[in-house]
Design a protein around this ligand. Structure first.
Ligand SMILES: *Cc1c(COP(=O)(O)O)cnc(C)c1O
Length: 390
């Protein structure tokens, strides 16, 4: 008799890292609903419903709004590869890991890339964008990261959007760690192409990448002289698949669409304003608590969804993270690039952004840091956090 494979038994965690975030039971249950054919009328109705919910969450009327099969990175790649043809000029704003990746993707698509660089942890200024647009007036696209998960910096977009529009270029935004957590207004901010991921503030497992393209972006795609370099991510074909014509392209990940639909329903039931306010409040409470413990913030302009803080002097970064995981089941993230070993990245995204989790993390971290020999005023962190909720 062949040996029986042990039952799958992943541990229960509290996911407070840079993604994925905790997934509500309702979304996990949706994954277990019956798989049906991807051309079944019942599935087509679910796709349509999901597209409309995505428009609501993106705050857009863009017809071309859908979920790309793949994680957030597939969203990045699909935006760039559909807008860029070999020889096009593109400006990419680089102040962390994800800006660096966008530049890499643009170069692979054959773009001549002009980078705007800023120190990790800072944001790109309007002045830098104005200068770059002036220096490179033929630029077709300007790409920028709204929520730089590697540094915790929150990039303001409104003034930059006006500059890009005035220059006649297209604005491409990475909203992977912002959509569903902080304000994102695709139409009001005249964003031409935007991508996100399911696993961050939407609190759905990783696997789909919501994207949306403005009519101007669609016109740019239709005016292409060369075919899109990626067959799988070619929007001209994906559009037909997601349209009333339902031209077969690839088989959509059926059950992931169910999960995304449920997670979007949860977002819309809570209401975008209330959800953004919840992320704000939990961030403030965490911040007050960690600062009461003597920790310092990395970025000046911090996200509420991702909190990057310096590891206190004399503390072993990896040991603290592994104790949090082992003793409390809490996952937080390590620093990247220049912050490797020097910062922690604490996500409060979607379902993970709760009073319960903030309290748990502050108490756990206070206990561990005291053990590690850091002088901490016991209880000060929880009082400071509670003060924010009064
Ligand atoms: C996580 C993340 C991505 C990549 O998403 P994956 O789901 O890991 O592919 C892209 N951009 C930002 C800002 C992110 O935080």
């Amino acid at each position: 008799m062949p040996a029986k494979t042990p039952t799958l038994d992943p541990p229960q965690r509290v996911l407070l890292g840079p993604g994925p975030s905790d997934v509500p039971a309702r979304v996990l249950q949706a994954l277990a609903a019956p798989t049906i054919g991807h051309l079944d009328p019942a599935y087509l109705a679910i796709m349509d419903e999901t597209r409309q919910m995505l428009r609501d969450v993106f705050r857009t009327k863009n017809e071309l709004t859908l979920a790309v099969s793949g994680t957030g990175s597939a969203g990045m790649e699909s935006c760039v590869v559909n807008l860029i043809e070999p020889g096009d000029e593109m400006i990419v704003c680089v102040n962390g890991v994800f800006g660096t990746r966008m530049r890499d993707v643009a170069q692979r698509c054959g773009a001549t890339v002009h980078s705007i660089e800023a120190d990790w942890g800072t944001v790109i200024t309007d002045q830098q964008v104005a200068e770059a647009l002036q220096a490179h007036p033929k630029s077709k696209v300007l790409g920028i990261v709204h929520a730089e998960t590697s540094t915790g910096a929150h990039q303001p977009l409104e003034a930059i959007s006006r500059l890009v529009q005035d220059a006649g270029a297209l604005l491409l935004v990475d909203a992977v760690t912002s959509l569903g957590g902080i304000e994102v207004r695709v139409d009001d901010w005249a964003i031409d192409a935007i991508y996100s991921g399911t696993q961050k503030c939407l609190s759905c497992p990783p696997g789909l990448a919501p994207v949306s393209f403005s009519p101007r972006a669609v016109a740019a795609m239709e005016a292409r002289q060369t075919p899109v370099a990626s067959w799988y991510l070619d929007m001209s074909m994906l559009r037909n698949y997601w349209s009333a014509d339902r031209v077969y392209h690839h088989t959509a990940p059926i059950n992931m669409t169910y999960a995304l639909r449920e997670s979007l329903a949860i977002v819309l039931e809570e209401g975008l304003e209330d959800r953004i306010a919840r992320h704000q409040l939990n961030h403030q409470a965490l911040r007050a608590g960690l600062e009461a413990m003597g920790l310092q913030w990395v970025p000046e302009h911090s996200l509420t969804t991702l909190n990057a803080v310096y590891v206190p002097d004399g503390v072993d970064d990896a040991r603290v993270r592994s104790r949090l995981l082992r003793e409390y089941g809490i996952e937080i993230g390590a620093g990247l690039g220049p912050f490797k070993g020097r910062a922690w990245r604490i996500g409060l995204m979607g379902h993970s952004s709760s009073q319960r989790n903030v309290t748990l993390l502050l108490a756990a971290l206070e206990t561990i840091l005291s053990d590690e020999g850091i002088a901490i005023d016991g209880g000060a962190a929880l009082s400071a956090a509670a003060e924010q909720r009064r």
